[in-house]
Design a protein around this ligand. Structure first.
Ligand code: FAD
Length: 622
């Protein structure tokens, strides 16, 4: 493949470069080690590894692979120009290389993506370089910025989760007058409210695990994996922006990037400071209660502030557009939208239970003897995780011919190695849970949701109809879980063997990381039988894949219901504007366009550009 002169330029990407665990500097190292150079030399069929210089090579991905011989697997970029500039390399010498087929790929030219701030700065200067991606993906496809004096549009961004923050950032960088409205508190105060919840059982309705600065992702596991394409320009731009605000550079390279709550909190403070420096007005403790709509156009929002457990009277905030980035737990906001006939469409999602094992057990299942090298996140080997999935074919599985009994997927979701189970309820009469971790993932427990897909048929089977059927379906199980736990945020639990045998755990249940207490219960009574059957069948399948997954220490917690949004708010594919109300831009997870920190950030970023385009702050294609 190195046979044409024109190809001795730019960057080549080298894949599947393995380095045995004992020769690698460790999971956190990004260096091109001697062992990695050896592996590169083998791939290129270059005879003397020692003669390869380090400078032309940079690690772009590094993942741990525990199968057979434990190793780190790297993807490395080779700067051909740099290589040629070094002795003894020459065109002739390089053209002798015979890299393994399928392990090398040309990386398109055009520079690398920067963070959003530098991309926009380049746009303003009409430079195109940084705006193009290495892999041929481009954020902007043409000339970018209209240099003309225009009136600054007033944009209200509702919600400071990842989608709201990235919309606000793009718009403020492009010169809009942005007000960011967040019902919850800034991270400092939010941390204290979450502390009061865990220690004193006080649930602040607007400042908790779901609501507050940074949104649902702040007190989370901080996994930055995404299903929307890790190498896409948009994802790279978001990741680099997070690095600018203080995230470790490792997230750009790690196969499974992860931050953890302790790293997210300072990052959010820096993000906030940057927005304020750009002139963004941030209103914490302020909820959008209503929209001011006239003739099908949004003209403003009605907001109320919280003060000493009271809500101050609603005031009107006029604006030219509203970006609605409220997440999937703002059920009151969904109701408000319906009252204005904003179109909401029910969406499939998944419900189930959260399973917790001792982390050591998961390490042993995944790594065998190597488990001893994990050392609670301090070792060379990453704390082990897992991902399991099972498809349940209705015809093979269920005896009943009932049409409500459909084929379903059951899968693990939001697995938190070295984490803890947390309460993500936003109402004291409901229980729903999720998982979080700190950066080192050093806790003794591993938890993950085990969820089963549900559709409109399931909602209707429980007599829930209409746009909010999915929300009512979720709420039903959250209420049942709260009653089963007996109140005070106590969570109902059952060991996996008892769940499989449908019997109440009479002996003492194993310890749980959940801090507000657990109560032995029969979780079969929580969900309809076909969901329980799907979970039981899948547990048996998962145990074959991960032998030891079914064990007495494995504890199921109820309930996990908010895996993704139960609704979608239809919007125009290009302009991002709601199809039912002008000037309203539904974004992120709550609007049904994202699932996770990175996809929500990307959606918010794109919406920011779309709104900027509408108000002539920007004239490119995103
Ligand atoms: P959100 O983050 O939900 O933000 C919405 C914001 O809007 C909130 O701050 C809320 O207070 C505010 N708001 C709502 N209504 C109003 C109103 N009327 N007025 C003013 N403000 C309002 N994803 C991952 O990718 N990796 C993980 O490891 C991960 N772990 C998670 C752990 C937990 C405990 C939870 C709860 C979620 C986790 N997620 C994780 C999911 C991730 O957090 C979400 O997908 C993401 O935060 C969605 O972003 P968003 O901006 O769309 O909405």
């Amino acid at each position: 493949i190195f046979n044409e002169k024109s190809q001795f330029e730019g960057t080549w990407r080298l894949f599947n470069l393995a380095v045995p665990l004992d020769q690698d500097p460790g999971k956190d190292s990004q260096e091109v080690s001697d062992a990695l150079l050896q592996s590169i030399a083998e791939l290129l069929k270059f005879p003397v590894a020692l003669m390869l210089p380090r400078e032309p090579f940079s690690v772009v991905r590094k993942s741990f692979d525990a199968r057979k011989e434990p190793k780190f697997v790297h993807t490395v970029d080779m700067d051909v120009q740099k290589l040629l500039s070094l002795e003894p390399f020459s065109l002739e010498c390089i053209s002798q290389l015979k890299p393994k087929v399928g392990h090398v790929e040309r990386v398109h030219d055009g520079g690398d993506f920067g963070d959003l701030m530098s991309i926009i700065r380049d746009c303003k200067e009409n430079k195109e370089g940084l705006a193009k991606g290495k892999n041929g993906h481009s954020i902007f496809s043409n000339k970018l910025y209209k240099k003309q004096d225009i009136k600054k549009p007033k944009i209200a961004v509702v919600g400071s989760g990842p989608s709201g923050l990235f919309s606000a950032l793009v718009l403020a960088e492009l010169g809009a007058d942005v007000t960011l409205i967040e019902r919850g508190q800034p991270v400092e105060k939010r941390g204290r409210d979450i502390g009061a919840l865990i220690v004193r059982r006080i649930l602040e309705l607007d400042s908790n695990f779901c609501f507050g600065e940074g949104g649902a992702g702040t007190w989370s596991d901080g996994k930055l994996v995404t299903r929307i394409g890790r190498n896409s320009g948009s994802v790279i731009a978001v990741m680099r922006t997070l690095v600018q605000f203080g995230a470790t550079k490792q997230i750009l390279i790690a196969g499974k990037p992860h931050l953890g709550t302790d790293r997210l909190v300072p990052l959010l403070r820096n993000f906030r400071q940057h927005l304020q420096d750009l002139g963004v007005t941030i209103k914490f403790g302020t909820r959008v209660d209503d929209l001011h709509i006239e003739n099908g156009h949004v003209l403003g929002v009605m907001i109320s502030e919280s003060a000493d457990e009271l809500r101050l009277k609603s005031q009107k905030l006029e604006c030219d557009a509203v970006i609605l980035a409220v997440g999937h737990s703002a059920r009151d906001t969904y109701q408000m939208l319906l009252s204005h006939n904003v179109e909401l469409v029910p969406k499939d999602f998944a419900v189930g239970l959260r399973i917790e094992h001792p982390q050591e057990l998961i390490n042993k299942i995944q790594y065998g003897e190597l488990a001893s090298e994990v050392c609670r996140g301090r070792g060379k080997v990453p704390v082990a995780d897992y991902k399991v999935a099972n498809y349940i074919d209705k015809d093979d599985f269920y005896e009943s011919s009932d049409s409500k009994v459909a084929s379903r997927s059951c899968y693990s979701f939001c697995m938190c190695p070295g984490g803890q189970v947390v309460l993500t309820s936003t109402n004291p009469s409901e229980i729903c849970i999720n998982g979080m971790s700190f950066s080192r993932r050093a806790s003794r427990w591993a938890n993950a949701a085990l969820v089963v897909s549900v559709t409109m048929n399931d909602f209707e089977a429980l007599n829930y109809y209409g746009p909010l059927a999915g929300v009512e379906f979720q709420t039903e199980f959250e209420r049942r879980a709260a009653i089963m736990g007996g109140g005070n945020f106590v969570v109902p639990v059952q060991t996996v063997p008892d769940f499989l045998e449908n019997k109440l755990s009479v002996t003492s249940v194993p310890p749980s990381s959940y801090r507000l207490g657990v109560k032995a219960s029969n979780l079969h009574l929580l969900y309809p039988s076909h969901i329980i059957e799907a979970l039981k069948h899948s547990l048996a399948t998962f145990d074959k894949e991960l032998p030891g997954f079914i064990c007495n220490e494995a504890l199921l917690h109820g309930v996990e219901t908010r895996t993704s949004s139960p609704i979608q708010i239809p919007r125009d594919i290009d302009s991002y504007e709601s199809t039912s109300v002008k000037g309203l831009y539904p974004v992120g997870e709550g609007a049904g366009y994202a699932g996770g920190i990175i996809s929500a950030s990307v959606d918010g970023m794109h919406a920011g550009f779309a709104v900027a385009k509408k108000f002539n702050l920007f004239d490119g294609d995103v």
